[in-house]
Design a protein around this ligand. Structure first.
Ligand code: AOF
Ligand code: ZN
Length: 344
């Protein structure tokens, strides 16, 4: 199963919104086939695994054990059901990492294998298998996107200088890391003030990978149209209270002024099939996600050499949380997870 997980990860960045899945076929202690889900819309891990078995070993398939990090699918999606392939190949035993929360599968794969007389063992390295696809699991089990909060702060916990002056907190290396983070999520969100003050592009420039859908909250549509956010270069959502419309690459998405914004944004992401969200500021928007308890991870970059005594205070996580720290050329990154959130 560990090998399945290592294989699954090779699909990172290429399979979303599908999960990363790996499969290994073992005969009498020897691996005879391996595969993983390589690309969205392409063959599933099980198919690639069985196809990889050399001709000389094919006769061993009916006496082998198939390990797969996610329950084999039972539905006709972009590809036919993997359970039918397993049955056709007469594989007698299937070891599964975690049940697939996708409503079209969700236990039906296991049921189908069982009723074909195949031995099924489920839940092997389950928490690792769920953690690998935490965005996919959160989205389907909790009907909401996986939420990552990110901010950069000075040594005295300020995220901006006093006044209009722009404060560069992170260094070249941590900037790259932030772009890698962006490439890993489906959506990226900022508030109105950040959009005006920073005029951010919210794209992936310093790393290879897909751009997330960028999103801004501008309830009264007060943002100027010449911001980088509106240059049409990338799918963009404008949450507002006035307009519901899509033009070119920009969608105006109407929210209700009188209801909780965090909750509405989360709900909209679910409806739009956005499985994960990185929130990049400003402080007020980040704080409202924290106060609502609506977050899964927080990633805080601290420049230990910079101070801004009169600056804008950074968001405050709930008291008592401890994070894991790593250091990159003077910047310290602290990773927090919200313990109240369960994905399994
Ligand atoms: C598997 N093995 O390697 C993967 C699975 O549209 P499709 O046909 O690609 O189906 C996508 C769904 O299939 C996805 O939402 C998830 O439930 C499952 N993914 N299943 O047996 C795999 N990637
Ligand atoms: Zn499948």
């Amino acid at each position: 199963m560990r090998r399945c997980l290592s294989l699954a990860v090779l699909g990172a960045g290429k399979v979303a919104p599908n999960p990363m899945v790996g499969a290994v076929l073992v005969h009498d202690g020897r691996v005879i086939g391996e595969g993983y889900h390589r690309a969205f819309g392409g063959p599933h891990a099980e198919v690639n695994c069985i196809e990889s078995v050399p001709a000389a070993d094919r006769h061993l398939i009916p006496r082998s054990v198939l390990y797969v990090s996610l329950e084999p699918c039972a539905h006709y999606g972009k590809t036919p059901p993997c359970v039918e392939l397993v049955i056709k190949e007469k594989i007698p035993t299937v070891v599964i990492g975690a049940r697939d929360p996708f409503p079209e599968v969700n236990g039906k794969g296991i049921e189908r294998l069982n009723s074909a007389g195949i031995d099924v063992i489920n839940g092997v390295l389950e928490s690792e298998c769920v953690a690998l696809n935490r965005r996919f699991f959160t989205y389907h089990k909790q009907q909401r996107p996986y939420v990552i909060l990110k901010w950069a702060q000075t040594a005295d916990a300020k995220i901006a200088a006093a006044g209009q002056e722009r404060l560069l907190i992170t260094n070249d290396v941590t900037n790259r890391l932030v772009h890698k983070w962006r490439s890993e999520e489906a959506g990226i969100l900022v508030g109105k003030n950040t959009a005006i003050m920073d005029d951010p592009s919210l794209n992936v420039r310093l790393w290879h990978g897909a751009n997330p859908t960028r999103m801004v909250i501008d309830m009264n549509l007060a943002l100027p149209g010449d911001l980088r956010l509106f240059d049409g270069s990338q799918r963009t959502l404008v949450f507002n209270s006035l307009r519901q419309e899509t033009k070119d690459n920009i969608t105006w998405y109407r929210l209700n002024n009188n209801e909780d914004l965090v909750h509405q944004v989360i709900h909209a992401c679910y409806a739009l099939k956005i499985q994960s969200l990185i929130v990049e500021g400003g402080a007020r928007l980040l704080q409202s996600f924290i106060d609502a308890g609506n977050w899964d991870e927080a990633r805080m970059i601290t420049n230990m050499a910079l101070h801004a005594p009169q600056g804008l205070p950074a968001p405050m996580l709930p008291a008592g949380l401890t994070g894991n720290q790593s250091s990159i050329t003077g910047d310290v990154i602290t990773y927090y997870t919200n313990k109240h959130v369960h994905t399994a």
